[in-house]
Design a protein around this ligand. Sequence first.
Ligand SMILES: C[S@@+](CC[C@H](N)C(=O)[O-])C[C@H]1O[C@@H](n2cnc3c(N)ncnc32)[C@H](O)[C@@H]1O
Length: 234
Amino acid sequence: MKIDVMTLFPGMFSGPLDESIIKRARDKGLLVLGIHNLRDYTHDRHKTVDDKPFGGGPGMLLKPEPLFEAVESLTSEQTHVVLLTPSGRRLNQALVRDLTRHSHLLLVCGSYEGFDERIRSLADDELSIGDYVLTNGALPAMVIIDAVTRLLPGVLGDEESVVQESFSNDLLEYPQYTRPADFRGMTVPDVLISGHHAEIAKWRLEQSELRTRQRRPDLLNPIRGTENVPQTKV
Ligand SMILES: C[S@@+](CC[C@H](N)C(=O)[O-])C[C@H]1O[C@@H](n2cnc3c(N)ncnc32)[C@H](O)[C@@H]1O
């Protein structure tokens, strides 16, 4: 998969995407990453990317001209353009899985107070990573890159781990233990050391359901507000 990112802060991306599983995915060519500086798409001496909002109000907005030029120069028929915004659909594992179906993602990061409304017309989708406001779209872009990359075939050593982990079936993960079987009097449930695979699978499903009911009953409710309402191009 190819993921391009349009940002005002390309420096923020060095580090988090150069370690661990994401680094290995990049080294193996499973993820091809391009980080682009929005200022490279300006044509004035000051490389201006922002301006004051019409009608007044605090802060500055990203101007349409550089972003339109940037997005148009990086997209093809295959590109799925995602605008990062707190007003977007709230990211969850199902949406992450949907993103893996595309061969090319272009993640557009906002900054300052956000962007000129007309920029929305460039997007195939608008995503939020949660109900809080960050200073710019770089961290949300990195969250999406991480979540998507680990689902790509060949990235994780054990493909089963993405099938069994939290949210894969709208359930949280069951409790897991490793050695020692008794640590400070806290013991591992007998069933897990029984060697009885069917019993272990049954226990894990029960525990997943119990944990989900206790901690995230909203996951078990099929009506989950507006977070999964599809958005279309404006
Ligand atoms: C300070 S925020 C702008 C917030 C905007 N004024 C609003 O009220 O929605 C600047 C940029 O950070 C990014 N951003 C901040 N929080 C985000 C979130 N929860 N999910 C996705 N992107 C976010 C977006 O790209 C946004 O345009």
